[in-house]
Design a protein around this ligand. Structure first.
Ligand code: GDP
Ligand code: IMO
Ligand code: MG
Length: 431
């Protein structure tokens, strides 16, 4: 097995960053296919906490090469800040970080339109990160976007920017009564970014093809989660890209036969940040049983919002395992359940007492479902120092086996804390 996709099975923030970092020790290439700086992936090494938004979480191992694929949307200011962060921590990036020419560029009007359109939606707002992700993908699909390749060709860039600014300024004025942007200002700002980013632009697609031909080890780093997928997620409360394993092919220009397996990353419970239905969400006294948001590390990395928290939804996981073709599970944050007397797992939904056969396709229906729970005994001891499966409390093993059996997918990794060593390896990766 020489390439592995790592995808989120819930609504994002499952702990993909930690899994990618762990597996990067063995990999040579790590690539992001979609999304932008709406993502926030946390890696903790030797007490230092790194938060990646667009740079792949495998950058901390000096032997790796990291790629930002053609299916991503790049906010140059944010990316340059991330690169500065690497510099400050003494992490090398020259000849290690590559950006595809095909990636689309996020401009200030994307961010502003994202924020203004959310405001205009009022109570039906998606709860986006406000980073301009949706509006940038809209322009891409509408064939009026500006790509990294355009940014590097001054004449082309200026003429494309002039054409699109005329449209965006009109949109801002007529729809939102907001002042537009000055062509010269934006052109100058982004020409400066282009100069700084040029060093990183490379034929990512060919480089990954060559790596796959040589059977070098590649990790595909998913961003967001399966239920934020623009097609199969809880639409319209989703992001604007394909977040599933299938999106890796179109987002990086790699053929499906080059992806050998998929690890589905899930928390031992569920979280969601942003709006939209969440059947197992907890409030009140049951939520109080969870550690507080800061202790549980359930504060959004990108926006600082508190994440909504709920029980593990295995019915949802069965659905997203199917959407991704998940081969094995990485169960994260088991330690957060350490204190519970009893733990619930949702194994089905019902509406008007009738169990549903499959996962609802609409947000409206999902908002109506009543979870069907099974209750398991808690283990009430700390798991955060355990490295071997056999040393886990019996009830923790029972919980994990229950999940494995219900999903019919083996667990390959269990995480019991945010640090590298707080991991129970159940399988070998990259033979
Ligand atoms: P990602 O977006 O999927 O990479 O996940 P995030 O980094 O946004 O959120 C996961 C949070 O949980 C981060 O703060 C991680 O450091 C933390 N984390 C990851 N695995 C564990 C774990 O097993 N236990 C605990 N307590 N925290 C974890
Ligand atoms: P990682 O990669 C959790 C959510 C936003 C909002 C919706 C649309 O860290 O798991 P967008 O700005 O993308 O248009 O917002 O998607 N969202 C995430 N939630 N983790 C993420 O990324 C997310 N990226 C976007 O909160 O509900
Ligand atoms: Mg995150």
């Amino acid at each position: 097995m020489s390439s592995i996709a790592v995808v989120g099975m819930q609504w994002g923030d499952e702990g993909k960053g930690k899994v990618i970092d762990l597996l990067s020790e063995l990999a040579q290439h790590i690539a992001r296919a979609q999304g932008g700086n709406n993502a926030g992936h946390t890696v903790i090494v030797k007490g230092i906490e790194y938060r990646f938004h667009l740079i792949p979480s495998g950058i901390l191992y000096p032997h790796t090469k990291c790629y930002i694929g053609g299916g991503t949307v790049v906010d140059p200011a944010s990316l340059l800040l991330e690169i500065d962060g690497l510099k400050k921590h003494g992490i090398s990036y020259v000849k290690r970080l590559y950006i595809s020419q095909y990636a689309h560029v996020i401009f200030p009007y994307h961010r502003l339109i994202d924020q203004l359109s959310e405001k205009a939606k009022g109570s039906s707002a998606v709860g986006t990160t406000g980073r301009g992700i949706g509006p940038c993908y809209v322009d891409k699909t509408n064939r009026i976007g500006i790509r990294i390749a355009d940014l590097l060709t001054p004449k082309v860039f200026r003429s494309k920017l002039e054409a699109i600014l005329a449209v965006k300024n009109k949109e801002l004025e007529l729809l939102y009564q907001h002042k537009g942007f000055d062509l010269d200002d934006v052109y100058q700002e982004y020409s400066d970014y282009a100069e700084k980013l040029a060093l990183f632009v490379a034929p990512v697609e060919e480089m990954l093809f060559a790596a796959a031909q040589k059977k070098e080890k590649i990790l595909f780093e998913g961003a967001q989660g399966s239920l934020l997928d623009v097609t199969f997620g809880t639409y319209p409360f989703v992001t604007s890209s394909c977040t599933l394993s299938g999106g890796i092919c179109s987002g990086l220009g790699v053929g499906p036969s080059r992806i050998n397996s998929a690890i589905g990353v899930t928390k031992a419970y569920t979280t969601r940040v942003g709006n939209g239905p969440f059947p197992t969400e907890l409030a009140g006294s049951e939520l109080d049983l969870f550690p507080d948001h800061t202790t549980a590390r359930e504060i959004g990395v990108t926006t600082g919002r508190k994440r909504r928290i709920g029980w593990c939804d295995a019915f949802l996981l069965r659905h997203t395992a199917c959407l991704n073709g998940v081969d094995s599970l990485a169960i994260m944050k088991l330690d957060i359940l350490d204190r519970f007397e009893e733990i619930k797992i949702c194994v089905g939904y019902k509406i008007d007492k009738k169990p549903l056969k499959s996962f609802p396709a609409t947000a409206e229906e999902l908002a109506e479902v009543e979870p069907i729970y099974e209750t398991l005994p808690g283990w009430k001891t700390s798991t955060s120092d355990i490295n071997l499966y056999d040393e886990l409390p019996e009830n923790a093993k029972k919980y994990l086996r229950h999940l494995e059996k219900y999903l019919e997918i083996p667990i390959s990794l269990i995480s019991v804390g945010p640090q590298r060593h707080q991991t129970i390896w159940m399988d070998r990766f990259f033979d």
